[in-house]
Design a protein around this ligand. Structure first.
Ligand code: GLC
Length: 677
């Protein structure tokens, strides 16, 4: 059951319509609300045994208790435990204790603070920044289990985005593939070393002076030829598109946007100018219907060249500087000249330059036109990335209605999950970021983001060979499996580590063996509003150890994973909530099968070994490995089983390209008779 409450101060304006929820839910009187409205916040006394799940892309644990989080899409590549805001804003919480499984969704693009037992362990306090001025809708849902509560929520926000099946293959990316030659080289080296690959991502380097929808014809002279040659190699190219359009006379996208008034405006009605990768840029007003349609149709330029996938970036939107703020800061710096800088003035001076990026002042100084009304950016900040991605998806629907196109974004808000996936933003080659990736998966799934993954190996910083091996060993399970890194960092393509290429190849080939299962589980989760990555407590809510386990996950209905995320570890303690059969893969091959009883066990996992725990009476379909997704034989997977009475496995398989999804027609039931075929 889902209830909707309209909250905010008396006399507050109508809420901004985010279109996160697509179901029409009548308003309930606030008398039945289980949260208390106090001092402008919503409060709730949490019993000690309550777990608070949710918040999608956020730091810290699967259980969010003990920290303060702020929904405010932020470009923060150096995030750590102390961070409160990441790239996405996902205002969904699930409070779970015994029979009490209640979901809460705060639908507002304003900043929302979730103090989940930070000020006091037993107190949940939710504060909506703009509630004085603008009302908001609060949705409350309840069901008998955590999974069912999530399903209730997912039903009202609509079906998750479904990518083409090739997007489940391995992708290689790096900011600094500076020419077509380099892209060809990356593909050649993968193919030569028999490292499977389906996609190469093109970062801003393919563009002419970082201008959206252009090609650098000096370095990517025959882009069209490159796309078609790659197609012959079964490689898809997925270019990046940024949220800002370069200010440059004669650049048609800029000229059209300016002439038609499609850009966000400053206080005086002029185009608001910021600095991002290309230098001076304007932001298309993604919230304005006409501007959004116009921007979306620009993707056609690349679709017409044979491109079938995109990643939308810098769409929090990230601002390096605004013209106005830059001028102010230069002025302020002047005032420090010749002064004796003491403890206060020195640090203020030092912070000055850093303060120009993503500044609150800037976000509060430009305007959108939303449904005919002028609205200041900071009031709808969390919608920008969502609406940018929506602009592309709506255009694809018009331009190629039958075809699935790969699309994922950096910034997001709930609702965007219908239009595209997300990658988990800029991370660093740190072990703690691998662990964060693991914990974020179920939280994102709850919020509808199924197509997701992190930059494997880490984006910033220098990777080590063992970190990359461990990260890929987890990445084999995430729908988006992409190795991505920043310009200037150590190279981390799978062929870069002397003597280890075969080991990397084994891990990548395991991904392809798992594809029938992963794709099937993904599709069922999408079509039935379910989750693909589950915390153990969702399946064993009565098992207190399972409920408190933060570093193991269920992936789909049949398997549990327990990744290694610490340097120099040779294995780890695994908790088995029931008897399970461990399948040890050394690369793509099973080298050991062993049944472990319920309880804790230390399992050795040397580098290159991936252990999968098969649940009792469940089946795992596995294909032979292949070097690209379409070479996988999906029709006849081998079956691994554990238990005396395995339930038939509901195997979903469709053509992977068109939109004729249908659980009825595309599910066949696999049984254990075909075991180890
Ligand atoms: C941003 C993106 C990153 C990309 C870089 C250059 O930092 O998050 O993935 O490589 O911009 O485009």
């Amino acid at each position: 059951m889902v209830k909707r409450y309209r909250l905010g101060s008396a006399g507050a304006k109508e809420p901004v319509k985010t279109e996160a929820v697509i179901a029409d839910i009548p308003e309930s009187g606030s008398g039945s609300l289980f949260l208390t409205q106090k001092n402008g916040a919503l409060e709730y006394e949490m019993p000690d045994d309550m777990i608070v799940y949710g918040l999608g892309e956020q730091t810290r644990g699967i259980n969010k208790r003990g920290w303060k989080y702020v929904s405010n899409c932020s470009d923060d590549p150096n995030h750590n435990e102390g961070t409160q805001s990441l790239y996405g804003a996902h205002n969904f919480l699930l409070l779970s204790a015994g029979d009490f499984n209640v979901g809460v969704f705060i639908d507002t693009p304003a900043k929302v603070t979730f103090d989940v037992g930070y000020t006091r362990y037993g107190l949940l306090r939710i504060t909506v920044a703009d509630a004085e001025e603008t009302a908001y809708d609060l949705y409350v849902m309840e069901a008998e289990s955590p999974s069912e509560t999530v399903r209730e929520f997912r039903r009202i926000i609509g079906r998750s985005y479904i990518p083409p099946r090739w997007a489940f293959g391995y992708g290689q990316s790096r900011w600094s593939y500076d020419s077509a030659e380099e892209v060809r080289e990356v593909v050649r080296r993968h193919r030569e070393a028999r490292l499977p690959l389906d996609c190469v991502y093109l970062d801003i380097d393919y563009m002419e002076r970082y201008k959206d929808f252009t090609i650098n014809r000096e370095t990517f002279a025959d882009f069209e030829q490159l796309v078609s040659d790659m197609e012959k190699e079964h490689i898809h190219l997925a270019p990046i598109i940024d949220g800002g359009v370069k200010v440059e006379d004669g650049y048609d996208v800029y000229e059209e946007g300016r002439a038609n008034g499609y850009f966000c405006k400053d206080e005086n009605g002029g185009d608001f100018i910021v600095g991002v990768w290309p230098g001076r840029c304007c932001f298309p007003d993604m919230l304005d219907d006409d501007a959004r349609r116009w921007f979306g149709r620009k993707y056609k330029i690349l679709l017409d060249k044979g491109i079938e996938g995109f990643w939308n970036d810098m769409n929090e939107p990230a601002i390096f500087y605004s013209e106005k703020r830059l001028k102010e800061v230069f002025g302020e710096i002047d005032a420090y000249k010749g002064r004796n800088l003491d403890v206060d003035s020195f640090f203020a001076f030092k912070d000055l330059v850093g303060s120009i990026s993503n500044s609150e002042k800037d976000y509060a100084s430009f305007y959108h036109t939303y449904r005919g009304k002028r609205i200041r950016h900071d009031k709808i900040h969390n919608l920008f990335g969502y609406y940018m991605t929506r602009s592309a998806a709506e255009a694809f629907e018009e331009l190629a209605p039958e075809k699935r196109i790969l699309l994922f974004s950096r910034a997001s808000y709930i609702g965007m999950h219908r239009y595209g996936g997300v990658w988990q933003g800029d991370n660093i080659s740190w072990w703690s970021h691998l662990l964060m990736n693991i914990k974020m998966m179920p939280s994102l799934n709850m919020c509808g983001f199924l197509y997701t993954g992190a930059d494997l190996g880490g984006f910033g910083g220098d990777v080590t060979e063992d970190l990359l091996i461990r990260w890929l060993s987890f990445g084999v399970f995430t729908p988006l499996m992409r190795n991505h890194s920043a310009r200037g960092t150590r190279r981390q393509e799978a062929y870069c580590f002397a003597g280890r290429t075969e080991l990397f190849g084994g891990i990548l080939r395991l991904r392809y063996r798992l594809l029938p299962y992963l794709y099937s589980e993904y599709m069922k989760a999408a079509l039935q509003d379910g989750m693909m990555f589950l915390p153990l407590g969702f399946v064993w809510p009565e098992d207190e150890i399972a409920r408190r386990t933060e570093d193991q996950l269920l992936v789909g209905e049949s398997i549990m994973v327990a990744p290694v995320y610490e340097q120099n570890a040779d294995g780890r303690v695994v908790y088995l909530p029931e008897d399970m059969k461990m399948l040890r893969f050394c690369g793509a091959d099973i080298v050991e099968e062993k049944v472990y009883e319920k309880g804790h066990v230390y399992i050795r996992m040397p580098l290159g070994d991936v252990c999968i725990f098969l649940r009792r009476n469940r089946l795992l379909p596995l294909a032979d490995s292949a070097e690209y997704t379409e070479a996988v034989d999906y029709r006849r997977p081998g079956i691994y089983a554990y238990g005396d009475a395995p339930e038939p496995y509901a195997y979903y398989m469709d053509d992977g390209r068109t939109k004729e999804y249908d659980c009825g027609r595309h599910i066949v039931y696999l049984t254990a008779d075909r075991e180890n075929a």
